[in-house]
Write a protein that binds this ligand. Structure first.
Ligand code: NAP
Length: 278
């Protein structure tokens, strides 16, 4: 069994992004909008800030208290859309429940939608012509490429059906000629499906939902889940799968660091598109 080392690979990618960023006379700028003080979100925003600094990009953080009027946030996003110095805009999710996530996300200009979550970006992905692939699925594809994991003709089973991770990775796997099965909370006998996977992608948010009895010999496992329990991080996959799997992403140190690296990569793509440079 080999670990798919997202930490190492993400460092390599960040170095490439830094080299790209350094070659331009203007600094690429990512704007991050947050509402409320969700603890996990604060950690993620901090990680993004450190990663931006490492890559010689700037991160502007617009932090609003839970209770801010939706119209105030919409006005700010519209200003950022118009600001020629800002290349990428993200809204840190999840938002407090009373906010209309869909409406706020779709206020972001598709040209600056580096999380790839607006309806326009999702539609382009569905059509097979994405500008910005959402960061977590994009990170998984980079792992496949780096470790030369071929998808053509393989059976990929995705557990979870979110717009953020599962649906985009399903589309991208189909684009690479895999056959894909998608499972969710209403799937009966989940193990019967996961056992047939050549490549198993799990994005649920339930500690150790998948164990060795639910996978076949030689399977490649991508564990997207992040479950923070008493200060420790766990994936959705029990480490006992290592006795059967050929490759596994660790948690932490697998998909997580790749997601941040892809945000920087998408911001650089946005910069290049907006400034018409290579
Ligand atoms: P999400 O929106 O939280 O949805 C979870 C999905 O899991 C839903 O589709 C749900 O099915 C399904 N599900 C719930 N219980 C299930 C069960 N017992 N069996 C099978 N499916 C079940 O998903 P997400 O945003 O993709 O996040 C999933 C996990 O990935 C979370 O732990 C999140 O923190 C993590 N994550 C990590 C990264 C990273 O960078 N590593 C990035 C994003 C997310 P229904 O649709 O039927 O409800």
């Amino acid at each position: 069994m080999e670990l798919l080392d997202g930490k190492l690979l993400s460092s390599k990618i960040k170095d490439e992004v830094k080299a790209g960023s350094d070659s331009y006379h203007q600094t690429p700028i990512l704007a991050v909008v947050t509402i409320g003080d969700d603890e996990a979100s604060q950690v993620y925003v901090n990680n993004k800030k450190k990663a931006c600094e490492y890559c010689d990009m700037s991160m502007m953080h617009f932090s609003y208290e839970d209770g801010v009027k939706e119209s105030v946030v919409i006005k700010k996003i519209k200003e950022l859309n118009k600001d020629k110095t800002v290349n990428g805009i993200i809204l840190q999710l999840p938002l407090p429940e009373k906010y209309n996530t869909d409406k706020l996300i779709n206020t972001i200009s598709p040209l600056k939608d580096v999380d790839g979550l607006t309806d326009v970006s999702q539609g382009k992905l569905l059509a097979g012509n994405p500008t910005f692939v959402p960061c977590t699925p994009k990170g998984i594809l980079e792992i496949f490429d780096h470790y030369k994991i071929e998808l053509e003709g393989k059976h990929v089973v995705v557990v979870g059906r979110s717009l953020l991770v599962s649906k985009p990775i399903m589309l991208e796997c189909i684009r690479r000629n895999a056959t894909v099965t998608m499972c969710h909370s209403k799937t009966k006998n989940l193990g019967e499906y996961t056992k047939t996977a050549d490549i198993l992608i799990v994005a649920v948010g339930k500690k150790h939902l998948i164990d060795e009895s639910m996978v076949k010999e030689g399977v490649v496992i991508i564990d997207v889940g992040i479950n923070r329990i008493e200060g420790k991080l766990y994936g959705d996959v029990n480490p006992n799968v290592e006795s059967k799997a050929s490759y596994v992403t660790p948690v932490p140190g697998g998909v997580g660091p790749m997601t941040v690296a892809m945000l920087l990569k998408n911001t650089l793509i946005a910069y290049k598109n907006q400034n018409k440079v290579e």
